[in-house]
Write a protein that binds this ligand. Sequence first.
Ligand code: NDP
Length: 323
Amino acid sequence: MATHHTKMLIIGSGPAGYSAAIYAARAMLEPIVVQGLQPGGQLTITTDVENYPGYRDVVQGPWLMEEMQAQAEHVGTRMMWDTIVSVDLENGAPFKAIGDSGDEYIGETVVICTGAQAKWLGVPGEQELGGKGVSACATCDGFFFRGKKVAVIGGGNTAVEEALYLTNHSDDVTLIHRRDELRSEKILEERLMKNPKISVLWNKTVESFEAGEDGALGHLNLKDTQTGEASTLATDGAFVAIGHAPATELFKGKLPMDGGGYLDTEPGTPKTVIPGVFAAGDVTDHTYRQAVTAAGMGCMAALDGERYLAALEDAQEAAEAAE
Ligand code: NDP
């Protein structure tokens, strides 16, 4: 067991964490990134990435994250293969965190980048066909289904927005919802119902995802929640949009969160209510949820952390000069 000290402790290793690290390292803050259970985050379980700026050709999600990690290390980040299991933020700086390894991390600032995970249905075929027709992000993967049949599962804002977004690529979009009314905002519902490219299957659950002859998704097996009747829907793509779960269990009772468990920050900034503690990426963002927005927020957190430390130093010097 060891104790590690840093000016900036970054918890989580998706685009937000690595970007925070790159900026913090270049500002000589000698950051530590504690990577967590899934180093690289959500992008390590996707395949093609076509919307991260800087690459004219499609790149692979895991490769992109390896590059970000290597870049962060190259400029001086210490990467720890550990998972934070408890944090002490409420007693002010320096903040303490304990890793699964038993190691203790002491940070003058903390940037929380623990991300979020898409919720999945947990039915047969869903995992196996991930990246082969089944996805949890239309903005990321919709483009690959140009001119094809697609389905969206869910009845909240995300599902409706994803269905609407997919009409940019497909003329045949089906929304499948388990009840007979949507949970989404009325304005979105109106847009959905007015759109001739979208049809809605009410009171249906997806029982399984089945591959076609080419090994990619071929159809969905559905069940009517009222009658129990079974049916199938042929589709090339299926987008599961039943919500996300931010990884904020560690911070319950320590930092304010919204009803969905996302960390609250000062609007337009990554600042939490505790000075010196910042949150960036999907852990605080249920609206955009993109690698590039998470990276941007990570950068903002590192810059704000640097300013916070500089202001503390100035205040200390002024106090010493006044003595
Ligand atoms: P929500 O929790 O709002 O909706 C989830 C949807 O998935 C519900 O319709 C739910 O059905 C359905 N669902 C959940 N579990 C299952 C299951 N096992 N099988 C079938 N269906 C299931 O999640 P969202 O991601 O849509 O939204 C999360 C939050 O983010 C909300 O507060 C939302 O308003 C917000 N948001 C806001 C946006 C905006 O303002 N533009 C855009 C996107 C999200 P049921 O209705 O029956 O419970």
